[in-house]
Design a protein around this ligand. Structure first.
Ligand code: PLP
Length: 376
């Protein structure tokens, strides 16, 4: 992996070399605008269509038209939530979501609550970050239009029961959105199983290029466009398309899906080794925050005794090891992550939380080196 040891793959990932290869021709020969009617435009349009088809096939969408290319998952989440709620029937739609969503979901819904007539009920997770389907169901009302629950949490890695929540929504004719950003390439992903109406992805989280995301939108779901203009992306997301990025995300989807099982096995083994090493160094004072029996295979969030998150992170950074802090210190005050807070993790433990997130590009040496650095 080069000199640095990169253990922050839930933040972003290194692009696969094949992804860069797939993108290259678009910065050279295939630079047309897919909306242009001439040869150059038609070539770019054909490549864009190809990319859309590849994504649709791997996500098991019924039609490529259900794949909307956007700039990132923040945009995908915004288009899903705002786009759907603006276009939905009742004057005051009711929404159910959770307290552990990414800020792009939390802040969008909170903003809609303040500025538009929508009502949101928030479900809290248990201490492992797990959202109970029964708790979601108990919040549903006659006027509930939308449920939004992430597939896997980015900070602690907890997998959510999206199959059961999807079934509840189907039963009650409620639209179901899931932010599946952390799932792609780590666990199997199929929009028919469990059946979802709206699903968000971001290429840079699965070895694709930054700057492009996907909103899968079941074709029965109408969305109000959030960007109006030339009517690209089936009219829901105007703006000249980015064929290089589309080719890049399509290749990343293809490779991540093909390699998913192997990646999961590999990261599970590396994570075990890492945890073993951490326990060796810190003994019983190490506090495990990721529920290993029900979590993404690559994620390990632990509370490290003795050092606050960001200080620990900086010490590792000096040794060229990249990890993420679960809390931050601002002007002397500890700001605990909203996810750990929702999980009711005691402040002292949350303040020392560190997230290691692995990828298929890591190897045993990365883990050995990290443990060595921790011992020092
Ligand atoms: N949703 C989840 C679960 C994430 O982890 C992230 C990024 O960290 C996002 C959404 C937002 O993705 P992006 O920054 O690519 O818009």
């Amino acid at each position: 992996m080069g000199d640095e040891i990169y253990l922050d793959n839930n933040a972003t990932t290194k692009p696969y070399p094949e992804v860069l290869e797939a993108m290259k021709p678009f910065y050279d020969r295939l630079y047309g605008n897919p909306s242009s009617v001439h040869q150059k435009g038609r070539e770019a349009k054909a490549a864009l269509d190809d990319a859309r088809q590849t994504v649709a096939r791997h996500l098991n969408a019924r039609s490529p038209a259900e794949v909307v290319f956007v700039s990132c998952a923040t945009e995908a989440n915004t288009l899903a939530l705002r786009g759907f709620l603006e276009d939905s029937g009742p004057d005051t739609p009711h929404v159910v979501s959770t307290r552990i969503e990414h800020p792009s979901v939390l802040n969008t819904l909170e903003h809609l609550e303040q500025t538009e007539a929508i009502e949101v009920d928030w479900v809290s997770p248990d201490q492992s970050g797990f959202v109970s389907p029964g708790d979601v169901e108990s919040k549903l009302r006659e006027d509930t239009e939308l449920v939004s629950v992430m597939t896997a949490n980015n900070e602690v890695g907890t997998l959510q029961p999206v199959d059961e929540i999807s079934a509840i929504c189907r039963d009650q004719n409620i639209v179901f959105h899931t932010d599946a950003v952390q799932a792609m390439g780590k666990i199997p992903l199929d929009v028919q199983d469990p059946e979802v109406d709206l699903l968000s992805l971001s290429a840079h989280k699965f070895h694709g290029p930054p700057g492009i995301g996907i909103l899968y939108r079941r074709k029965e779901i109408d969305l109000a466009p959030q960007l109006r203009g030339g009517g690209q992306e089936g009219g829901v997301r105007s703006g000249t398309e980015a064929p290089p990025l589309a080719a890049g995300i399509a290749k990343a989807v293809e490779l991540s899906a093909e390699r998913q099982a192997r990646t999961a096995d590999k990261t599970t083994t590396l994570r075990e080794k890492l945890l073993h090493g951490l326990r060796d160094v810190y003994g019983d004072d190490l506090h495990l925050l990721t529920p290993l029996e029900n979590a993404l295979p690559n994620t390990l969030n632990v509370s490290i005794p003795g050092s606050e998150s960001d200080k620990f992170l900086m010490k590792l950074d000096l040794k060229n090891i990249c990890v993420s802090a679960g809390s931050a210190c601002h002007s002397g005050a500890i700001e605990v992550s909203h996810v750990l807070e929702a999980m009711d993790v005691p402040k002292k433990i949350a303040a020392r939380s560190v997230r290691f997130s692995l990828s298929g590009m890591n190897d045993e040496e990365d883990i050995d080196e990290t443990i060595r650095a921790l011992r020092e």
